[in-house]
Design a protein. Structure first.
Length: 104
């Protein structure tokens, strides 16, 4: 985890960044620590992104990632907490915007 953080010169790394650059799967970390945020915290890394970490994410990409989380958690529907702890593309803000737009 620290090697990937240093290699990318980032104090916060997303799960997908770790999966692309790490030596091991992220799943053992998730099983041991319960969430990606908890994993980052245990490693002494930042648990929140900075503004420069955010990029525009398409609604399609977001929905596909939410489906992926739903499948991993074996749930038909997921909460904001479920998603924010397991998302792959760093898009909590976009998720909240999309859900807000669907309910109004």
């Amino acid at each position: 985890m620290m090697r990937v953080s240093q290699m990318l010169h980032k104090s916060y790394i997303s799960r997908s960044e770790y999966e692309e650059n790490g030596k091991y799967s992220a799943m053992p970390f998730l099983c041991r620590f319960g969430s990606w945020i908890n994993t980052l915290s245990a490693a002494g890394l930042e648990t929140q992104r900075t503004k420069t970490d955010f990029t525009r994410i398409s609604d399609h990409s977001l929905i596909e990632d939410m489906k992926r989380v739903s499948k991993i958690l074996r749930k038909e529907s997921i909460s904001t907490k479920d998603y924010s702890e397991n998302e792959n593309i760093g898009c909590k803000r976009y998720y909240q915007d999309l859900v807000h737009g669907m309910t109004h």
